[in-house]
Design a protein around this ligand. Structure first.
Ligand code: ATP
Ligand code: PYR
Ligand code: K
Ligand code: MG
Length: 608
């Protein structure tokens, strides 16, 4: 049944006489023009615009008979600048997620990350207090409000993983160094050279071991740890950042010797192997969402973050359970003109264990987004399987239309060094070629020596790689309701058409971000301008490949909205006269939505 679907090619070709009083132009943040009133010149710059992307706003009166609608359109400051500076074809499509830690938690540093292309800020609840995270969230909100950014915030839960305590500082571990991992709680978690905590080691006494052999000690978060491991097991710290061999078990203490040197970080996680094979510890039977995680989830809800990432997801049931909790906790929000939209955070499932791989499709289908968490994944499955599994996950996400973040070790060497290895650059290029939606920095941006440089490298490699690519075929589709299939068909046709015509951009109007995601999934080679009327949807689209999210009130009459969009973007110089734009719209009078594809040339003043 095709009622209510119209594919029209009513391009407003050529140049029509400009409407008297072309709306003014400004840079960054919000553009506002009022259609009632007579003044045609910008009359109220609310803030100074600068090339760094300072937020500014102009309010403009445009004389149009029979109308008194407030016209405005919001776009992220950094994206607007990228678009203007790089042009449509070279603007980055792959989104960037940065973990915020001590190296980047200040306002100035956050602003610099935003300027350099961060789309989503990740807060890892393994570290820091709620107070610390709350302050970071407030700073990001301030950036969004005052400087016109539209950064999304993702809270990442700790999960029931085994990790060491909060040691005072990163610690170098050399070959043969002895460490004790204990399930005893330690008062001051002592790290580094010091007297032995264990009587039998004899260190700290005259005639004890030499300094380098003194045992060091760290607590372990999981009580079953000392029973799960055996002498001879290999302990991997953070998936291989440092490796130990278990030399003896003494009640609550596991005595280990370093067999591969490296750096031990606070809260580093522990996995173990027996005869070269990863061992499923009993902690894998613990609930995926721990008691602490629930407190962190409440914190995330309270602070209205956009996304919650769940560590070590094993089944879709966990995701569904969390979603019902979020829905019950989140009241309908008054967020812009789209009143009644629920501001419940999206659920990001982190794929980082062999259990999750068995249920991959179900987990992906139940989630709002997925993360390939290669750090832990690499210590839970054979390392050589990681690239294959990454490809499987990105493919499943495309098929099921869920955004996919590829995370961890992308620029690991930049924790210390100012330039990446060639292999790291090749890895980033590989992820971009797989058309993952987003790349994520962890320690590089949170605690490394070169957080800004890391983001610059990430962005530069992403953009360079994208330039070499052309459009990939649209999804296979075929599943879903008839209505969903119609939407998919419209969006993939629009993407194909844009490709054939070499269109400058695709415009898509989207209430929930769904239509935008369908266009994004086709990976067209022109940018996708997605217009929505709620800020929460706008921020969530920060994760979608190729999408440039705009905030714009959506008129009940879709044609009016389309016309207004062209005028506003033209006035802002974001589209140029003569450019060809493919428009996908399914925002209509509620009962009988008319979905259409239109091809339009941009006129001098944007009028149709
Ligand atoms: N909020 C923070 N406070 C202090 N240090 C942090 C914070 N966030 C991250 N870090 C540092 O950055 C390092 C790497 O980041 P992160 O913990 O996010 O690693 P990961 O492997 O991505 O996470 P996960 O624990 O979810 O597997 C951490 O070991 C820690 O030293
Ligand atoms: C990001 C994360 O949790 C990991 O790579 O393990
Ligand atoms: K985490
Ligand atoms: Mg992890």
């Amino acid at each position: 049944m095709m009622r209510g679907v119209s594919v029209s090619f009513g391009g407003a070709v050529g140049v029509r006489r400009p409407v008297p009083g072309t709306p003014g132009v400004r840079s960054g943040g919000r553009y506002a023009a009022r259609t009632a009133g007579a003044s045609a010149t910008p009359r109220r710059p609310l803030a100074r615009a600068s090339s760094q992307g300072r937020r500014a706003s102009w309010r403009v009166g445009v004389a149009t008979p029979n109308s008194s609608v407030d016209m405005d359109v919001d776009v992220d400051t950094a994206l607007e600048n990228e678009l203007k500076e790089n042009g449509f074809r070279s603007t980055r499509r792959t989104k960037l997620v940065c973990t915020i830690g001590p190296a980047t938690s200040g306002y100035r540093e956050l602003e610099q990350l935003a300027q350099n292309g961060m789309n989503v800020a990740r807060l890892n609840m393994c570290h820091g207090s709620h107070e610390w995270h709350r302050e970071v969230i407030q700073r990001i909100r301030k950036l969004n409000q005052e400087l016109g950014y539209s950064l999304a915030i993702m809270v990442d839960t700790e999960g029931s993983e085994v990790h060491i305590g909060d040691i005072a500082e990163p610690s170098r571990v050399d070959m043969d160094d002895r460490w004790t991992f204990t399930i005893r709680s330690l008062d001051a978690e002592s790290v580094g050279p010091g007297p032995s905590d264990h009587p039998e080691d004899g260190a700290g006494e005259p005639g004890g071991q030499p300094e380098a052999k003194r045992p060091r000690i760290a607590s372990v978060s999981y009580d079953g740890f000392s029973e799960d491991v055996s002498v001879g097991d290999e302990i991997l710290v953070d998936g291989g950042m440092v490796n130990f061999r278990v030399v003896s078990l003494q009640g609550p203490d596991v005595i280990c010797e370093c067999i591969e040197p490296g750096i031990l970080l606070p809260k580093a996680n522990l996995t173990f192997r027996r005869d070269g094979v990863p061992v499923r510890a009993r902690n894998s039977m613990l609930p995926t969402i721990s008691a602490k995680d629930w407190l962190d989830i409440d914190f995330a809800i309270e602070n209205e973050v956009d996304l919650i990432a769940i560590s070590f997801v094993k089944t879709a049931d966990t995701v569904k359970h969390l979603r019902s909790y979020l829905t019950s906790k989140c009241m309908p929000k008054q967020d812009g003109p789209g009143a009644g939209t629920r501001a419940a955070p999206g659920v990001v499932s982190k794929i980082e264990s062999s259990d999750s791989l068995r249920n991959l499709d179900d987990i992906v289908a139940a989630s709002d987004a997925v993360m390939v968490a290669r750090g832990d994944l690499g210590s839970q499955i054979p390392l050589e399987d990681v690239p294959v599994v990454q490809q499987q996950i990105t493919t499943a996400c495309r098929r099921l239309n869920k955004p996919c973040i590829v995370a961890s070790h992308l620029l690991r060497s930049m924790l210390e060094h100012p330039t990446p290895t060639r292999a790291e650059v090749a890895d980033i290029a590989d992820v971009v070629q797989q058309r993952a939606d987003a790349l994520m920095l962890s320690g590089e941006s949170a605690a490394g020596l070169h957080p800004m440089k890391s983001l610059e490298v990430l962005r530069a490699v992403a953009v360079r790689t994208e330039q070499q690519q052309s459009m990939l075929g649209a999804s296979s589709g075929g599943d879903g309701t008839e209505q969903e299939q119609i939407s998919e068909g419209i969006c993939s046709s629009a993407a194909n058409l844009a490709e054939q015509l070499g269109a400058a951009a695709i415009f898509v109007y989207t209430k929930r971000g769904y239509m935008a995601s369908l266009v994004s999934r086709c990976r067209p080679s022109c940018p996708i301008f997605a217009f929505t009327d709620t800020n929460a949807v706008r921020r969530k689209m920060n994760l979608l490949w190729g999408i440039i999210p705009f905030g714009l009130p959506l008129d009940a009459n879709p044609e009016k909205t389309v016309e207004r969009t062209f005028k506003l973007l033209r006035a802002r110089d974001l589209i140029k006269e003569g450019q060809l734009v493919v428009v996908v719209s399914d925002v209509g009078p509620t009962a009988d939505v008319i979905r259409s594809i239109q091809v339009r040339y941009v006129t001098k003043d944007g009028s149709l």
